[in-house]
Design a protein around this ligand. Structure first.
Ligand code: SAH
Length: 257
């Protein structure tokens, strides 16, 4: 009997933010390949699987381990940080498995974007401020298509979760302000969201770069930007709650009458 290779979202760090399904799959696994630089090793305490850290492995090496395990009838798990659908580089791995005729499944996880929002106690979609969230990054070694440059996305004035970019915070701020976000737009950086050593830096586009530099945060951090993070947004949200007659509730009441 063969088992599909599982691409599993590890969540942002806190082992309790792994799904129940993820916990079971790790406990049952024979082979686990995990992204050692980002996945909390506490997730792997007590598992009986053979463990590989992909940090020092090439894509070919990772695939060789997964393919050999699957062909030997073993349960193989590829453990990715957060949710595998965001910046997980799972597509190239799945394409290779397709070519080899090997089945796989993807099991979601809690993205660090949501762990960061939770740390800030923020709602990213505040009525009358924004109903849109953009997941993005600044171009670095991995290029970003020109139409998605931060300065273009800034024009939308949605909430933004900016991955993989804190090391270039000054450029992020310059792009966002050039694109039309006012300097008083709220911004926050959450380092290692949900880990015991989590740190939060709050500010606005006017001062966030300086504050981040002073904190020496340079990796494993999420940048959140947008007016939804501001105190006014919190106030607007409460007002809206009180005055809002919900369409469905109205209809239900009518139906009951
Ligand atoms: N698939 C992951 C993202 C992988 S890309 C997810 O859904 O979270 C790696 C980037 O994610 C990091 O550069 C950082 O921006 C962010 N990240 C990952 N874990 C984080 C954490 N615990 N706290 C804050 N940001 C984190």
């Amino acid at each position: 009997m063969t088992h599909p290779v599982i691409f599993l979202g590890a969540g942002p760090g806190d082992p309790e933010l792994l799904t129940l399904k993820g916990r079971r799959l790790l406990d049952e696994a024979d082979v686990i390949v995990y992204a050692g630089s980002l996945v909390n090793p506490a997730l792997l305490v007590g598992v009986s699987a053979e463990i590989h850290d992909s940090a020092g492995m090439t894509l070919d090496e990772v695939l060789a381990v997964l393919i050999a395990a699957q062909r030997a009838g073993k349960k193989a798990v590829r453990l990715h940080t957060g949710d595998p659908a965001l910046y997980g580089a799972i597509r190239e791995q799945m394409q290779r498995l397709d070519r080899e005729g090997i089945g796989y499944e993807v099991v979601p996880g809690v993205s660090s974007a949501f762990a960061a929002a939770a740390a800030l106690k923020a709602e990213l979609t505040v009525p009358e401020i924004t109903q849109t969230v953009i997941f993005t990054r600044i171009g670095g070694r991995t290029p970003v298509p020109e139409q998605e440059a931060l300065r273009n996305l800034a024009a939308i004035k949605a909430s933004m979760c900016i991955f993989l970019s804190v090391g270039m915070i000054e450029k992020v701020v310059a792009e966002l302000t050039a694109g039309g976000y006012p300097e008083n737009t709220s911004a926050a950086v959450v380092e290692k969201a949900s880990w015991p050593e989590q740190r939060i830096v709050r500010g606005t586009l006017a001062d966030i770069a300086e504050k981040v530099k002073a904190s020496a945060i340079c990796k494993t951090a999420m940048i959140l930007v947008g007016q939804a993070l501001s105190d006014e947004a919190a106030a607007a949200s409460r007002l809206y709650d009180a005055g809002f007659s919900h369409g469905c509730r109205g209809l239900q009441r009518l139906a009951a009458e």
